[in-house]
Structures are given as C-alpha cells and as structure tokens.
Write a protein that binds this ligand. Structure first.
Ligand SMILES: [Zn+2]
Length: 203
C-alpha cells in the first residue's frame, strides 16, 4: 500500500517535472499513445477480416484526426498562450470568442469536462455523466465551434462568388464517413489530453 502511494506520488511529481512551460508534453503523450493505439487498431481490423487498404485508410484518418486536434483544437484552446492557439499563427484570435463566451476559464466543463459544476454536485447522475463523458462535451463544443466558423466563411464565399458552390461541398464533407473518422481521432486526442490533466491536477 505504502509502495503504491509512493509510486503514485513519484509519478505525479515526475509528470509535474515534465509539465512543460509551453504545453508540448501533451503533444508527445498524444503522439506516442495514439500511434500505439492505432497500430493495435490496424491489427484488430486485419484480424476481423478487413483488407489492408481499407484498414490502413480508416486508421490513417483516425491518426490524422488525432494529430490535427492535438495541434490545432485541443482543450487548451481555452488559454490565450497555449500551444494550440499559437499553432494558428496570425489566426489565433479565432479562439477568442470561444474563450470569452463558451469556455469561460481554464479547464471548465465546456473545454475539458474534468469535473461537474459545483451546482450539479447534488445530482449523482450528472456527476457520473461528467466523469464518463465529460471529455466528449469539449470535443463536441469545439467541433461545432469550428464548423460554425467554417460555415460562415463558406457562405460568405458563396455570397461573393454569387452562387452556391463552396458551402455545398463543405456540408457534403462534414456529413461524410471521412469526417466521422476524423472526429473519432479528435475525441481520442482530447481524451488523452484530459486524462493527463486529471493525473496532474489535484481536483
Ligand atoms: Zn488541458
């Protein structure tokens, strides 16, 4: 028991030591773990009788989704100077409304979903829901946020061009199977990010 406590404490302190000044540890963990998970996914699909091309393309999309989310739309977009926001370069400001009006602080329900709001704590079902699916709330909110931005841009382009061309293609892509695999990759990346935050936070 004492050994377990010591191991846990030493793991937490070593993770804290690694806690980067710039948040890159999330990227390292996400890349290594998603690579390992996705190799296992390819093996599982092959064992289920899926052909090589199909297995690799499906898992390739999951990996791409995880990589994109880790770099551009992770839960830490709720911080002004996070790696995610910096990755957008001059367009980092697109996350300002999200931070201001949706996330409203770091590691909140709508960005990380680590803990239920105080007012929910007397409702065990809500607390359990956040424990089980809290991460998915953030993934869903950020995906919707980016989709709304994309829709605004494409509708504006349609308006400038004078006919419907761009928005049709974007909507078609959003409803495609490819987008679904990318979304599962996003969710995997977010889950790993929040799991690391849980281990290193005292909440
Ligand atoms: Zn975080």
């Amino acid at each position: 028991m004492a050994l377990r406590v010591r191991l846990k404490t030493s793991m937490k302190s070593s993770l804290k030591w690694y806690k980067p000044v710039d948040g890159n540890i999330h990227a390292y963990i996400n890349h290594y773990v998603t690579d390992a998970l996705f190799v296992l996914a390819v093996i599982a699909l092959l064992m289920l009788g899926v052909d090589w091309v199909s297995a690799l393309s499906k898992v390739g999309l999951l990996t791409l989704g995880a990589r994109l989310a880790t770099k551009f739309s992770g839960p830490d977009t709720d911080l002004i100077h996070s790696v995610n926001v910096r990755a957008w370069g001059n367009f980092g400001w697109i996350w300002a409304p999200y931070r201001e009006f949706i996330a409203k602080g770091h590691r909140g329900l709508l960005s990380h979903g680590i803990t239920a709001p105080r007012s929910w704590r007397r409702y065990p079902r809500r607390v359990l829901f956040v424990k089980l699916f809290g991460t998915l709330i953030g993934t869903g909110v950020r995906t919707l946020y980016l989709l709304v931005l994309l829709l605004v841009i494409t509708l504006s382009l349609d308006w400038v061009l004078g006919f419907v061309l761009v928005s049709d293609k974007v909507i078609g892509f959003v409803l495609s199977e490819i987008a679904l695999y990318l979304l599962i990759g996003f969710a995997t990346s977010d889950l790993l990010h929040v799991s690391y935050d849980r281990v290193t936070s005292h909440r």
